[in-house]
Design a protein. Structure first.
Length: 370
């Protein structure tokens, strides 16, 4: 499959300047996937010449269509626009640009060399920016950490801590809302992230972590968030020690911050792990939640009968990772008065990251945390 297909998928998340523009780009994407390049080229010509600026991927796909339709001049112009807008800065983009079959006949030309130089510059600028951001993030989360029994003003924002388990130094963040006041007890959420099976390393040095929807909810509602990190060889999928370590982390946080009513939940793998904690005969958590989770565990069967605290789960019926039919079948087979199963027709596996995602998460948590 041609490399431009990867770019085409991003049309769905490109900036939306108007419904008509979005519809036109979507139609062009469909035409290109069907190899109807000249028809797609006509659409790009009618839209990329507007005063409203397009995104880099729009220009890239327009350039593919133009070259395929023998308008090399237009293709080079649009490709130059794409490079100036940052095409090449993200991982894989520069490689896809070089490998794209449609552009092979452009290689070696002065225009192509200029475009590649611009794309490489954008990548270098982004890499330098990412290094600075990571350093600033690491400095902030390290400086915000406090010792047990700390008596001063607790810093708001993110703080980094570690827990030791079976020789593994496990990082976790604590998020403190801006309205936190020393001495006041606040509710807290232990949030277990997804993607554990794909993580080679703990991702605690990535500033993007701060954009997780759970933190925005916590800020709005004055909650503390305990955010452990998991990875493929030490995470809440099939390593029992990783599950037990969450309990130890919770105890550590209670020694530093004044907590009441601690809840636990998560997304995807993290949501599945919530069923383990909820099904233990004794649990320190007041309630549980799961988003886009499969209610099965690699460590053994879930003891659904043991769930004696409120548990709210949310799944999309078009989830591409965990088939809704299978998840609902498990719910039907193990109905428990404390397990409140909810669903939405659309949203996919990452439904809380979509356009209505923050509201979906807030609606779910507001039923649990009162």
């Amino acid at each position: 499959m041609k490399n431009y297909v990867t770019m085409l998928l991003s049309l769905a998340v490109a900036p939306v300047f108007s419904q008509n523009y979005k519809a036109a780009m979507s139609e062009a994407a469909n035409l290109m996937q069907n190899k109807e390049y000249c028809e797609a080229f006509d659409i790009f010509k009618n839209n990329l010449n507007r005063k409203t600026p397009a995104g880099s991927y729009d220009y890239y796909n327009g350039a593919v269509a133009a070259v395929k339709c023998s308008d090399t001049e237009k293709g080079l112009m649009w490709l130059d626009n794409a490079a100036k807008l940052g095409l090449g800065a993200k991982d894989g983009e520069l490689e896809n640009l070089e490998k794209e079959e449609a552009f092979s006949k452009l290689h070696g030309t002065d225009d192509w060399k200029k475009i590649m130089k611009t794309a490489q510059l954008k990548r270098s600028e982004k890499q330098a920016h990412d290094v600075r951001r990571m350093a600033e993030w690491n400095k902030t989360i390290t400086e915000n950490s406090i010792a047990p029994g700390f008596k001063g003003q607790v810093p708001a924002g993110f703080a980094l801590y570690y827990s030791e388990s079976e020789g593994v130094k496990v990082p976790y963040l604590v998020y403190v809302p801006s309205d936190y006041r020393n001495g006041s007890s606040v509710k807290a959420i232990v949030y277990l992230h997804g993607g554990v099976v794909n993580a080679e390393e703990f991702q605690y040095l990535q500033p993007e972590t701060a954009t997780e929807p759970i933190f925005k909810y916590a800020e709005r509602n004055g909650l503390i968030v305990i955010y452990p990190f998991g990875k493929k060889d030490f995470g809440w999928v099939n390593q029992p020690a990783a599950f037990e370590n969450i309990l130890d982390i919770t105890k550590q946080v209670e020694k530093r911050y004044s907590l009441k009513d601690v809840y636990l939940g998560g997304m995807s793998n993290g949501g599945s792990a919530a069923f383990w904690f909820a099904s233990q005969k004794r649990t320190p958590y007041k309630g549980f939640f799961a988003v886009s989770a499969n209610p099965e565990l690699a460590t053994g069967p879930v003891a659904f009968n043991n769930i004696n605290k409120p548990f709210y789960s949310l799944n999309a019926e078009d989830d591409e990772a965990f088939a809704y039919a299978g998840v609902h079948q498990i719910y039907d087979a193990h109905k428990n008065k404390n397990w409140h199963f909810e669903s939405v027709p659309q949203g996919g596996h990452g439904l809380i990251y979509g356009q209505n995602g923050e509201k979906l998460l807030a609606d779910l948590l507001n039923k649990l945390i009162k």
